[in-house]
Design a protein around this ligand. Sequence first.
Ligand code: SAH
Ligand code: SF4
Ligand code: F3S
Length: 438
Amino acid sequence: MKFYIKTFGCQMNVHDTRRIEEILVKAGHQPTQESREAQLAMVNSCTIRQKPWHKAISETGRLRKGKLKGSGENLLVGLVGCVAQQEGENVFDLLSHVDFVVSPDNYAQLPQIIDDLIRQKKHIAVTGFSEGNAEDFLSIEHVSENEVSAFVTIMKGCQERCRYCIVPTVRGPERHRGAEQILNEIRHVVSLGVREITLLGQKVNAWQEGERRFFDLLMEIDKVAGLERLRFTSPHPRHMTPEVIDCFGQLRTLCEAIHLPVQAGANTTLKRMGRRYTREDYLNIVERLRKARPDISISTDLIIGYPGETEDDFRETLSLIEEVGFSSAFSFKFSPRPFTPAEKLNDDVPEDVKSARLAAVHELVNAQETAFRNGLRNSELEILVEGEGRMKSQLSGRARNHQIVNFVSAHPLSQMIGKLITVRVTDIHPNSLEGEIV
Ligand code: SAH
Ligand code: SF4
Ligand code: F3S
């Protein structure tokens, strides 16, 4: 069967889509980028806020309708990902056009589920969480020629229970993957040509196995021959230990860029969010990170208009942003989610106030992002060549600080892919930089 997957949500979902593809290809199915061609269409969904939930749900309808207007062949429509776990069988009452629902810990069963659907043609819902044993963490077996970066899952689920967050409900309890298995997967993908690894987990820096802590793991991964770059996402400020911070100054592969969600700048708000660190803790971590690695770029996530957020609280968010100077930030209005304690709080910040605060944050963050990028002009950046560039005769790569750089190359992509080169930044465009090889 030809299958199509539309993905919403965070890097975890992006990585899961990759694994679903591998599972289905192994079972004899073929991926297609054209939803109209597919006999099997899936929406890999996100429910972190209400908007992505809506988007995912409506996408299932769009796929069904698009197909009916098309060739009219039988089409199986599935909802997978975080909404699948949240809604389970309810989806069939909500959406009569959905044939199956499979949550993230159950993707290995997809080939069987599809066979059953073809034979019996009735609704199937498979949800629930795995134990977290070695076999529950699926490794990537193959990488394509152009894949120079890969994600490696080091933990599933989250038990932090920040009061606004649905992730612990939809991704389940925290299960940490064994270090040997993590290292084996990394060695394997590096042997296939991958140069950059991003470790994945909702509280990635809380990883541990017996006495081994996250920084031990970073130090071991750093020694993997052939690996050039290491990143991790998302760390929780509460687990940014001095040892993890020191790694930024010590490890060859660890990139000088960190996405460290802060959520809010006022201690009263952080407390009501259940974040378990203070504004001062966060600023202290930032200071120590910059001491360890002066050129580190720091990005963040912010929630605007959390229940009870006063004008003064909000000003503390603005002043924290000013104090840190982020290279970029994702900021969204608070969105009440089912099964979370914050859902029961009075969502008392009026919509127009939320909008005004969000606009103020966007303005400040955009100015910081522009300043950060303008500061890169004339600097020399090491880039990992990833693909074709913006214009003909250009290739493109990514700097250690995540910036995309286009440059003119005398050699074709096939000779340059996966290479590390140094470029001098000559121009700054809205979504990329331009550089010349040094
Ligand atoms: N594990 C990561 C974040 C995962 S969710 C961490 O703890 O930092 C990604 C982002 O979505 C969060 O950082 C937060 O900013 C946002 N988010 C989560 N729940 C939300 C909600 N109910 N309303 C608005 N934003 C939310
Ligand atoms: Fe959600 Fe908090 Fe866990 Fe992040 S750490 S996934 S915000 S509960
Ligand atoms: Fe969304 Fe699930 Fe990620 S809810 S943010 S896709 S873990």
